[in-house]
Design a protein around this ligand. Structure first.
Ligand code: ZN
Ligand code: ZN
Length: 275
């Protein structure tokens, strides 16, 4: 079974990722306006009305801004936690349908399964997602303040993962943000740094993983080369030369195909402890 994804937007300007597999098609987040979302879907050759659902990770505008209007215009149901629904101020009467998903639950649309994974972030009930078609899985996590055990375990079997690599600590420290905002970003419910991502790639990445996409880079507090270098150095230290790293530009990526890989089962039997 094949699985593929395409980032349609990444970062504070708006996040959305299209995932296709198992005969289904979903959006993860809708942080762009409904018109931009529709245009980006159409330029990927996808009719917006053909989507099966929009899964919303949390209520922050860069993830949820276009969700309700897109859902209403194209008749595509939303899937999200009750906490996110309330905090985003969505109104049931204005949506064609919405599915309340609780952290830890899965939803299966034809042969595509979406698993909701709770993540630590300063929102009502924020989620990461694992999309699976057959034996192939793709993990998608933006906006989390630290690497929780639940997330690392949920991503362990993924052949591809998308992770936020939000900031370089020195750039954030010396940058223009007020201290209160810097503290929020650095805190346990803020965002992941390049070093946090490196720690996951070096010590917690599953053996099946062959592709890492770095997303949600801050324009002011990070530089694409720094994020890429931190990830590549971490993989190098872990001896994971088979893993490819790509950066999601603010306007997204092309299609990325996810393939099942035959992971060697014993090489990393003595996993280093991440916690
Ligand atoms: Zn965000
Ligand atoms: Zn957020």
């Amino acid at each position: 079974m094949t699985l593929r994804f395409r980032v349609l937007g990444s970062g504070s300007g708006g996040n959305a990722t299209l995932v296709e597999g198992g005969g289904a098609r979903v959006l993860l987040d809708a942080g762009l306006g409904p018109r931009s979302l529709a245009e980006r879907l159409q330029s990927a050759g996808v009719d917006p009305a053909s989507l099966d659902a929009v899964f919303v990770s949390h209520e922050h505008g860069d993830h949820a801004r276009g969700a309700a209007a897109f859902s209403a215009k194209w008749g595509v149901p939303l899937a999200l936690t009750r906490g996110t629904f309330r905090a985003a101020g969505f109104a049931e009467a204005k949506l064609p349908a919405w599915d309340e998903v609780a952290p830890g639950e899965t939803r299966t649309i034809r042969r595509l399964t979406l698993r909701a994974v709770a993540v630590p972030h300063d929102a009502a009930s924020p989620l990461a997602f694992v999309a699976s078609a057959g034996a192939v899985s793709f993990g998608h996590a933006t906006d989390l303040g630290h690497l929780s055990r639940g997330l690392v375990e949920a991503f362990r079997g993924c052949a591809a993962v998308l992770l936020e690599s939000n900031y370089d600590p020195a750039m954030l420290r010396d940058g223009p943000y007020p201290w209160s905002l810097k503290e929020r970003i650095l805190g346990p419910l803020g965002h992941l740094s390049n070093g946090d991502v490196g720690r996951l790639l070096e010590k917690g990445l599953g053996e099946a993983c062959r592709h890492v996409v770095l997303a949600h880079l801050s324009r002011k507090n990070n530089h694409p080369e720094l994020a890429l270098q931190a990830a590549e150095e971490a993989l190098e230290r872990a001896g994971r030369r088979e893993v490819r790293v790509t950066l999601a530009a603010p306007e997204g990526t092309g299609w990325v195909a996810v393939h099942a890989s035959r992971a060697p089962s014993s090489r990393h039997a003595g996993q280093l402890r991440l916690f």
